[in-house]
Ligand binder design. Structure first.
Ligand code: FE2
Ligand code: FE2
Length: 138
């Protein structure tokens, strides 16, 4: 049984475009978890990683811009971790290209991606959003 994650209001940043983009990340990962349960992860891994590479390029710029004017204390960490995400996705893509895909690699990619969901989206993005929202309210 693969641990699955669904978007909920508790993950909301209060920024509509960011929330929509985060929902997309949750949905894609949920679908991949279902693929893993059917031992279909290896087949879907490369397509997922290619999507997540473009997703990162699109989402990070949009998210960074949406909070840039608030000077959140964790804004630098957010940008730093976004760069690390791109490195992780590229490394996984390189592994697929070099040695081919496998269920083992698909499961380990899923672990990295759920780690991102829990430790970046639910923590750093959330903290920055709370800071930015408190500035708006002040
Ligand atoms: Fe984000
Ligand atoms: Fe972020």
């Amino acid at each position: 049984m693969v641990k699955k994650y669904t978007w909920s209001d508790s993950v909301s940043t209060g920024h509509a475009a960011t929330d929509l983009q985060h929902k997309q990340f949750f949905a894609v990962l949920y679908e991949f978890a279902e693929d893993l349960e059917k031992n279909n992860g290896a087949k879907k891994l490369q397509k997922l990683l290619l999507f997540l590479k473009y997703y990162g390029e699109w989402h990070f710029g949009s998210e960074e811009n949406s909070i840039a004017c608030f000077h959140c204390p964790l804004a630098g960490k957010n940008i730093e971790q976004h760069a690390q995400y791109m490195v992780t996705i590229d490394a996984l893509l390189e592994k697929v290209r070099a040695s081919g895909s496998s269920e083992e690699l698909a499961n380990s990619a899923y672990d990295s991606l759920t780690d991102w969901l829990v430790n970046h989206i639910m923590k750093i993005d959330k903290a920055n959003a709370e800071y930015a929202n408190s500035c708006k309210d002040a």
